[in-house]
Design a binder for this molecule. Structure first.
Ligand SMILES: Cc1cc2nc3c(=O)[nH]c(=O)nc-3n(C[C@H](O)[C@H](O)[C@H](O)COP(=O)(O)OP(=O)(O)OC[C@H]3O[C@@H](n4cnc5c(N)ncnc54)[C@H](O)[C@@H]3O)c2cc1C
Length: 467
């Protein structure tokens, strides 16, 4: 079926290139509705927000009207109960036809929703928030990245939490947070109240706008202008029920909720950005003529070759993402979250971690690379704003560097492949004895004595503290 764009057929890659066998009839209908909203609201605002750096609140309101802010929230809690395939399609559609900045805002919102929905049952505060997200248009975000540890967001060095009389005293500094100062609510990860140096001991908390010091209006970046990512500071006491799960639940939350959803949302969003580049470039090269040869740019075999390769790269990354999403749906009986309400230690999503990380790498690499190829194919005109490609080229660069960056991801996958998952050592806890002994071997006797004295003094202080 032809994709419609207002009253006309869509100018980009035809619908026959969509791997629609993954989608249900309802999901295809939802995509049609979403494309219409993209045409009428999201895309015009994408152009405007890119020019002015304004936060695209109207786009979020339009998504809330479609009941998409609570897309993955179970129906019993007032949501759509959308599965993993559905949420991948939604992210792809927002980024491709609408606004990449909005897609990234939506991604961080959905990651935060996943964190909440994972431990919602029995927490009246969380259940109440989830039930009002769409009706009150409450946009959330995930504030994780630490200023001292960058893209290794799972080391929240500048953070902590303490049990106090009225609840939890939480402090956190985050280097980047999408919707910083604009979000209505935030989830954030800190070291646990009983933290003793083990960074695997993390806790997750929920905060509202008035409890967080954001940085509205300070975002000044190459692309993703509407995204408004910026530092966040938290130093506040929150009631007891603002802990999501329980003290020390953070690592499981990462493995089971945050990471799988984040990687899928990256995949949908950046496949959408890459497809958007192909779409606008197709529009240009099929219109621009070279009268001296009586040909359009698209008629050159070399241009057809570039598009052929780009389309196949797109399909490889999309098929990969939808297939991982389908595997997650199969493992969770269609994207259910109540499995954790019956068995809090269940980990069906984490089984697919390896596959999820690869989806992030493949999609963000695809968007990064295809944006350059399309710019090249469009020539000088592609450099101009009205072709709509240069904005997408700038926006396409963010995914590669976002956490875990593609360098970190590739090394992680390589290490996993070479030595097995145990070798990953997420929190840098395993001692590399061969390296340690080699380094010690380089010391002369005085050097060795110095190290022995240092270690002895450390042991002595520990003994004294324990007594
Ligand atoms: C548009 C945008 C929105 C964002 N939104 C959010 C958000 O909502 N919430 C949030 O928590 N964070 C967010 N972030 C932060 C993001 O996820 C990353 O954590 C951040 O971009 C990392 O940047 P950095 O400068 O600290 O990079 P660094 O971590 O300092 O990395 C610098 C370079 O070193 C490389 N590198 C690092 N480690 C290794 C290694 N072991 N091997 C090889 N190379 C390595 C990296 O690949 C990179 O090229 C956002 C970032 C952007 C750009």
């Amino acid at each position: 079926m032809t994709t419609m764009w207002g009253d006309s057929a869509y100018f980009g890659l035809d619908a026959e290139f969509n791997p629609d066998w993954f989608l249900t009839t309802e999901q295809k209908q939802l995509r049609r509705e979403l494309i219409e909203v993209c045409h009428n609201v999201l895309r015009p605002n994408a152009i405007e927000c890119d020019k002015t750096n304004a936060y695209p609140r109207a786009n979020i309101e339009a998504l809330a009207k479609l009941r998409l802010l609570a897309a993955i929230v179970p129906k019993e809690m007032g949501g759509r109960g959308e599965n993993h395939v559905g949420i991948t399609m939604i992210a792809e559609t927002i980024a491709r036809y609408g606004c990449p900045s909005t897609a990234l805002i939506y991604m961080m919102h959905m990651v935060a929703v996943a964190g909440l929905v994972y431990r919602a049952k029995g927490n009246t505060e969380i259940e109440s928030l989830l039930s009002r997200i769409d009706s009150e248009c409450l946009i959330g975000t995930a504030s994780y990245t630490d200023p001292e540890t960058g893209g290794h967001f799972w080391y929240p060095k500048m953070s902590g939490a303490k049990r106090v009389e009225d609840g939890w005293h939480v402090h956190k500094k985050a280097a980047w947070t999408t919707s910083s100062g604009y979000a209505d609510w935030y989830i954030s990860q800190t070291t646990s109240p009983d933290f003793d140096g083990n960074y695997g001991n993390l806790s997750v908390f929920l905060f509202y706008k008035n409890e967080v010091k954001g940085s509205a209006g300070k975002w000044d970046a190459m692309g993703m202008h509407g995204n408004q990512s910026g530092p966040v500071e938290i130093d506040t006491v929150v009631p007891l029920n603002r802990i999501v799960g329980w003290p020390g639940d953070g690592a499981m939350s990462n493995d089971e909720a945050i990471d799988p959803l984040a990687m899928l949302m990256y995949a949908g969003s950046y496949n959408g950005v890459g497809l958007g580049c192909i779409d606008v470039a197709k529009r240009h090269v099929t219109r621009k003529a070279h009268v001296q040869y009586g040909r359009r740019v698209a008629d050159y075999p070399t241009i057809q070759d570039v598009f052929g390769r780009a389309i196949m790269d797109a399909q490889a990354s999309r098929l990969y993402a939808y297939s991982v999403a389908k595997a997650l749906d199969d493992a969770t009986d269609g994207g259910r979250w109540d499995i954790y309400y019956e068995d809090p230690k269940a980990m069906p999503r984490a089984e697919y971690a390896l596959w999820c990380f690869k989806a992030k790498f493949l999609s963000t690499r695809f968007a990064f690379e295809v944006s350059d190829k399309m710019l090249q194919a469009c020539g000088g005109r592609g450099y101009m704003r009205d072709v709509e490609l240069e904005r997408l080229v700038r926006d396409s660069k963010a995914g590669w560097i976002m956490a875990p960056s593609n360098e970190v991801t590739a090394q992680l996958i390589g290490k996993w492949g070479l030595f097995g998952s145990e070798a990953i050592d997420w929190w840098n806890q395993k001692v590399d004895e061969p390296v340690l002994m080699t380094e010690l071997g380089k010391l002369d006797d005085a050097g060795k004595e110095r190290i022995i004295a240092k270690l002895n003094s450390e042991l002595q202080s520990k003994k004294v503290a324990a007594e």
